[in-house]
Write a protein that binds this ligand. Structure first.
Ligand code: ADP
Length: 299
């Protein structure tokens, strides 16, 4: 089968996707989503089904039911249609400890069939992009967790992919490295579908254009951050409490955050407007608030 060149209308259409690992374990449950160019953040607690969804898109695993189409091509039937344009950083990314960064990327390039005269230059650019140039000649076995994660990011970009999947890419990265990662993928987002997962809201908040919130194998909501935040508007409050009343308050309300202020505690919590505690102030919702509000409502 031959495939058309990728250009403008790139879209991944996922319909009624279900993945059962066993009769007791349904990791994805009738999941439908359309993913376009740009950066989509998959946000959900551990066990929500994020990795499972990413493995299905990467064609590492097959669905129990449902379909995945990339630009009209069924990638369950024709996995090569996505594999040839895919960059994937799995969660359990393994490295070869005795190879240095150059050797490792050359090895991955060979496996992906990427070669030619530009390869050395491409590896140089990628190593620079993930800030590993100075350590490129050292065996990867001597790298820190964050450095291994960065070489994993580089290998996902080797073949100039059009669909990029990063499973928990920011694990082990410090704030400066996160910023670098963001810059690295922001340039690609014009022309690529980029999907990244995290269970940490602040990771997704700074990197993703759109956010898909998942829980228990289901899609709760998907949209631009400001539209997701709107769903929690009017539901987030702050109140000052005496120290000894916090426990009772927690029994009645879903508390998001507490901060000690002099001899009292400032408490941020979720409530519907009619039932907010007296002397509370309504506050503007953040993505974190909206995430907690939406996952609580769907629990
Ligand atoms: P997330 O990436 O959001 O943490 P996962 O997709 O890894 O979620 O897991 C979703 C659910 O499926 C979890 O309950 C997990 O324990 C289960 N699961 C994941 N992989 C397997 C597997 N290979 N066999 C059985 N259960 C699995």
């Amino acid at each position: 089968m031959s495939y058309p060149p990728y250009n403008f209308h790139m879209a991944l259409e996922i319909t009624n996707l279900t993945k059962q690992y066993s009769t007791q374990k349904t990791a994805l449950n009738n999941y439908s989503i359309t993913i376009n160019k740009g950066i989509l953040g998959l946000l959900g607690p551990n066990g929500a089904g994020k990795s499972t969804l990413m493995k299905l898109i990467a064609t590492i695993s097959k669905p129990t039911q449902g379909t995945l189409f990339l630009d009209g091509t069924d990638i369950v039937q024709h996995p090569d249609a996505i594999r040839r344009v895919l960059g994937y950083l799995p969660q359990d990314f393994g490295v070869y400890p005795n190879l240095n960064a150059y050797e490792f990327l050359e090895y991955i390039a060979a496996m992906k069939g990427v070669g030619g005269t530009g390869l050395r230059k491409r590896i140089d650019v990628l190593l620079e992009g993930v800030n590993l140039t100075a350590d490129a000649k050292r065996p990867i076995g001597t790298y820190s967790g964050g450095m291994k994660q960065r070489i994993g990011i580089a290998q996902a970009l080797l073949n100039d992919p059009k669909v990029l999947i990063f499973d928990e890419p920011t694990v082990g990265l410090d704030p400066e490295e996160r910023m670098r990662f963001r810059q690295l993928i922001a340039d690609l987002a014009q022309d690529c579908i980029i999907i990244l997962s995290s269970h940490i809201v602040s990771d997704i908040e700074t990197i993703a254009d759109e956010v898909a919130i998942m829980q228990d194998g289901r899609l709760i909501t998907k949209g631009y951050q400001q539209d997701i935040i709107k769903q929690a508007d009017g539901q987030i409050f702050e109140i000052f409490l005496e120290n000894n009343s916090l426990t009772e308050f927690k029994n009645r309300y879903k508390v998001i955050d507490t901060a000690r202020q002099n001899d009292r505690i400032k408490v941020r919590y979720i409530s519907n407007d009619a039932h907010a505690a007296p002397s509370s102030t309504a506050v503007k919702a953040t993505l974190e608030d909206a995430y907690l509000f939406l996952t609580q409502n769907n629990a």
